[in-house]
Ligand binder design. Sequence first.
Ligand code: ADP
Length: 539
Amino acid sequence: MQSCFILCLSVIIIMGMLYKYFSKITMNEIKNELTFISAGVEQNGKEYLEKLGKVDSRITWIQENGDIIYDSEMNEDEMENHKDRQEVIEALKAGSGESYRFSNTMGKMSYYYATLLEDNSVLRISGTRYTVISLLMGLTTPFLLVLSIAFIISIFVSRKISENITRPINEIDLRNIDKVDTYEELTPFIRKIAHQNKKIQSQVNELRQKQQEFDTITENMSEGLLVFDKNTDVIFYNTSALKLLGADDVLGKQSVYVLNRSEAFVNAVNLALSGEHSECNIKLDERIYQIIANPVYNENHLAGGIIIIVDVTEKEERENLRREFSANVSHELKTPLTSISGFAEIMKSGIVPEEDMKKFAGNIYNEAKRLITLVGDIIKLSKFDENSGNTEFEDIDFTGIVNDNIRRLTQVASEKSVVIESECDDVIMKGIPSVIDEMVYNLIENAIKYNKEDGKVIVILKETDGKIKFSVEDTGIGIPYGEQPRVFERFYRVDKSHSKEIGGTGLGLSIVKHGAATHNGNIELVSEPEKGTKITVVF
Ligand code: ADP
């Protein structure tokens, strides 16, 4: 296209120059022709002109007064006076004159040249521009030919050149830019691409690594993570979110409401989308999940929301237990304290007869003792709660601990006519001595406490197949079947009044349960009402 334009432009310029050149030549030719004809006219007059006949140029012979003597193209009598013609005026004045104007006679732009003859008449010759144009027209065909050939050649050459330029570019392997071998002019371009390639590659690697890190973190989170846009469509979620909500995989564009339709969840999503933080709990399949929802902003514009789902079942249960425990502790402490304060008040008022003073003091002593035991048990349980998982194990002489406790409790047993029998292997175990001691004491003490007159307690410690089994069996009152799963709960007592009478706090088996858990042990309870109870701890 460009080459075509250049070619046309050069043709126009050349034609212009040729036109100018031919015009000049034509004028000179006309002038020479007139000199030659004027010599003929000077000698032979009109006869010469008539003999000359038709020539390319128009010849006009004009008298001094402007009348036409002869004209090669027109009838002289029909022609007007030519005295006012520019070239005639100049010729009469200076011997020769010329002008360039439109000829009414010829109907074309014409060049006129006039010369003064000896008899003061003027001989004029004129030629049209058509002569020059026709001359140029004759050149048009070869020009067009040259133009077409040049055009075809330029198309062919430019195709070849552009092919030579583009082929190496098309053949560039962007992945192996360092190995590209091409023409010199492309080297800076290749170098720039190679540099950009490296930059892009490192950015891609960085992004990929960040993405992997993000995926690893979110996939290993036990918390569920959900991100949604302002149309509530899910943008991101992790496996935990689906697991916790019990939802199916999110396929394509899906609203976050599909994952959970509970009122609290929908409300949390709506609050996040209205720019507010919110927290709520939802219950699903007996588990409690905390939903923390926050709005997400992108350059100060609300873009969507993010939800974190946390399983708070254990936390909530612990919280409930703690609340229950605090209420129980207050109640358990208040009862003996109320008794103590009641007895003391009566004693203080002086209405207690001297002989009853001992009994009253005894009551206060018993209640205080109960209080001390209770506080002691509460402290032990609190320690379990505080130290869970933090205590260091050491080698302990299990058999020694069992025998010590049997010795300590023999007196109590004999007061109830209960016999303690034991069968113990030599067992050394990794554990916390004070905790094992407490467990052994509580189990044997219960077996005595809840035994019958002339009853029996059988204590067995065995180590088989890497397992340590410690069991305490009694021939006592047993535990009703319905109560058996609950006796390990804090402050739980089967028969409250009886248990209180014999000094129970309802914390003994809780301590055993915690102690077993601390040592990764399991507890088995077998009991038959009125026949007896066997509690085994397997470590
Ligand atoms: P307490 O201090 O009241 O004995 P525990 O936690 O040790 O509290 O026991 C909880 C309850 O389980 C007791 O109140 C009692 O009713 C029952 N219990 C525990 N051990 C025995 C047993 N060996 N025989 C019968 N009942 C028992």
